[in-house]
Structures are given as structure tokens and as C-alpha cells.
Design a protein around this ligand. Structure first.
Ligand code: PMV
Length: 357
């Protein structure tokens, strides 16, 4: 493996600020099940989103080297001490690779473009943004480090915060997890899908219907752990790796019928794992199923290529080609809004990953 341990600072940096905007992502082939330290049991692939993002600014100020990481956290302008333990745990995990964080006090300002606790995972975009800010400091400390190395390291660090965050650094398609069909793939970090993608997948649309904004009853950490001793675990990991091979071909050839079948099956299989774990649990809500049935009905009676996918929650992601934007948005507005909490939905599309702002 590439050595991600920071070797030496060639410059002194007393005070600096870095800011990054990093997107959320939606998996097409899902990651569900891991081993320490946050290594996936199978390879996964996602579309990087664009509008759903986190903006984070970190102010660094040099201090006497400490044994603890020093930071304050502001979320949407307000001090948020209740968010600190999760970030502290993240810093603790990565300080081996970024020992320089012990030389600074950090003030972190963060905000999300999507409503707080909307059920859209903010951990992927949030962890990716912090990772990018640290990597910018690292580049200042050692300008000789190459951009490719630093991009890989950003994904590596983000992964240690939240597995799926490894897929939020680049875009529009990122694979995380070693897979024989994907050149350069690794369990340690995400890589851009390395082949030419069919134009039908350019600027692919993802409309997220907010079905339930409540706190999830079961966190994804607990869900991942329930894949240990799960009766279908081995078959599932094998199936996901097989699906990654299939989608690698589909993305190059542009066969939308195959894309739809694979993506919807992946979504339902993810939830099937939850239904069949011990203890079992259900994250879908009645309106999740109402929407799925409406989508199937609409597809049967039109020539539309819409399909759905699900994250670890009740919200439904509707995926469709850019060319169908008008018709699908009309369908959503007339048929699906009534199933959304407070009629809320967010239209997004594929994007290119982290950017400064
Ligand atoms: O990154 P985590 O630990 O929150 O896990 C995310 C798992 C899913 O969102 C359900 C699937 C995926 O691959 O993103």
C-alpha cells in the first residue's frame, strides 16, 4: 500500500485557513458490511452528487505540540459541542497519518446545502470536507507532495471517518474497494471509474424524495456490524462484486434497461439485508413503497427510463437521464409529492467532487 504517513514538513506554517465544498454521493452498487479499520467487505460504486454538499472552513493556528487534538466546531454559525465526539474520534484515527494536526488549534466552520436531519447522509460530505482541508494544510507544509498522492490520501482519510466518504472526493463515478475489473482500485481509498462512460450517463439526474426526516432507528454503524454472522453475508458480498463487474460494462455501453434492473435490485438487496439480520429492522416507510410502486407503474405505461435507489433510510432517490428531466419532474410534481414529508424533494445531478469556494 502507498505510505500515507506524513514524513516531513519542509515549510513552517504559523497560521492558515482552508475551505472546501464536498458533495454527498449515492451508491449504485452498495457497501454494507466492513472490517476494521473501516475496510469494505465488497467493492461499491457511486454517482458523486452536486447540489447536496457540505462547505467547511478550517482556521489553523500553530500551538505547542499537544497529545490531544485541539478544535472547536461551529455548525451553521452555532457552536455545536454535541457534534464534537464524532469528529474527535475521526481525528484520533487519522493522527497517525497526519501527526501535524497535533501542532495546531483548529476552528471548524461547517454548513450543509441540504436541510439538517433530512435523512440525507451528511457524514460522507462532512468527513470529505475536513479531509480536504487537512490535505491543503499538508500541501502547504510539504509542497513537493504530488496532487495525485494528495487526492488519494484525502479519500483515504475521509474513509477512516465514514466509509462512503471515500467516494466524495472526486466524481462523477467513484469505485471504492479492490476489484479485479477496476484498474487501480483499493480497499483503502476511492478511485475515479477508469473507463470511458457512455454519454447517456453524463449529467445523470438524482431527485431525492424526502419521505422521512426523523432520526434513523438503526445507525449505519450498527447495520454494518450486523453483517457479521449474517446468514446471507457471503452471497451478498459475492453478488455485489459480480454486480460491479456488470455495471462496469453497462456504464460503458449505455444499456439503460440493464442499468435499471441492477440499480433497483441493489437497493432492495441492501434493505433485504436489514430485514434478514439478527436483530432485524426496517428503514423503509409505507410511503417508500408507495413511491416505488408509482415508479414501476409510470415506467410500465411510458417509455421512461427512471429508476429508484435507496440509501440506509426511507428517502427515495429517483435516477434518470438528463434528456428526461422535464417529463420526470412533471411526474414527480403531480404524482409523488404527496408521499414526501412537507412535499419536500431535492433535485440533484452528478458532479465532479471536491472544490474550493
Ligand atoms: O459510510 P457509511 O458507514 O455511512 O455507510 C453507508 C452505507 C450505504 O450508504 C447504505 C451504502 C453506500 O455504499 O453508500
Amino acid at each position: 500500500m502507498v505510505n500515507f504517513i506524513f514524513q516531513e514538513a519542509v515549510k513552517t506554517v504559523e497560521k492558515t485557513t482552508h475551505q472546501w465544498q464536498t458533495p454527498s454521493n449515492i451508491a449504485l452498487v452498495k457497501y454494507w458490511g466492513k472490517t476494521e479499520p473501516q475496510l469494505p467487505k465488497n467493492a461499491s460504486i457511486s454517482f458523486t452528487l452536486n447540489n447536496c454538499h457540505t462547505k467547511t472552513k478550517i482556521e489553523f493556528e500553530k500551538i505547542e505540540k499537544d497529545t490531544e487534538v485541539n478544535f472547536d466546531l461551529y455548525f451553521e454559525g452555532k457552536r455545536k459541542d454535541e457534534f464534537k465526539p464524532k469528529i474527535a474520534k475521526f481525528f484520533d484515527r487519522i493522527k497517525e497519518y497526519c501527526p501535524y494536526i497535533l501542532d495546531y488549534s483548529m476552528v471548524i466552520h461547517s454548513e450543509n446545502s441540504f436541510p439538517h436531519s433530512s435523512g440525507i447522509a451528511s457524514s460522507a460530505s462532512g468527513m470529505a470536507a475536513i479531509a480536504m482541508c487537512l490535505i491543503s494544510l499538508e500541501k502547504e507544509l510539504n509542497p513537493n507532495l504530488s496532487d495525485d498522492y494528495l487526492t488519494q490520501k484525502a479519500s483515504f482519510l475521509a474513509r477512516l471517518g465514514s466509509g462512503s466518504a471515500s467516494r466524495s472526493i472526486e466524481g462523477p463515478l467513484v469505485v471504492w474497494g479492490k476489484h479485479s475489473d477496476i484498474k487501480g482500485s483499493s480497499d483503502n481509498y476511492g478511485v475515479k471509474f477508469p473507463y470511458k462512460v457512455h454519454p447517456i450517463f453524463e449529467n445523470y439526474q438524482d431527485c431525492i424524495l424526502l419521505v422521512d426526516k426523523g432520526e434513523k432507528q438503526v445507525s449505519s454503524t450498527v447495520g454494518h456490524n450486523l453483517m457479521h454472522n449474517h446468514p446471507f453475508a457471503e452471497q451478498r458480498f459475492q453478488q455485489a462484486n459480480d454486480n460491479l463487474s456488470k455495471i462496469t460494462t453497462i456504464l460503458q455501453e449505455g444499456n439503460l434497461a440493464d442499468f435499471i434492473e441492477l440499480v433497483e435490485s441493489e437497493a432492495l438487496t441492501l434493505h433485504a439485508m436489514m430485514l434478514t439480520s439478527n436483530p432485524y429492522f426496517i428503514l423503509m416507510k409505507p410511503n417508500t413503497l408507495e413511491i416505488i410502486n408509482k415508479i414501476w407503474g409510470y415506467r410500465a405505461e411510458s417509455d421512461s427510463n427512471i429508476c429508484f435507489t435507496l440509501d440506509a433510510g426511507a428517502n427515495v432517490h429517483i435516477l434518470y437521464p438528463h434528456t428526461e428531466k422535464q417529463q420526470v419532474e412533471h411526474f414527480i410534481n403531480t404524482e409523488l409529492l404527496k408521499f414526501c414529508q412537507k412535499n419536500q424533494y431535492i433535485c440533484d445531478n452528478t458532479g465532479f467532487g471536491a472544490q474550493t469556494f
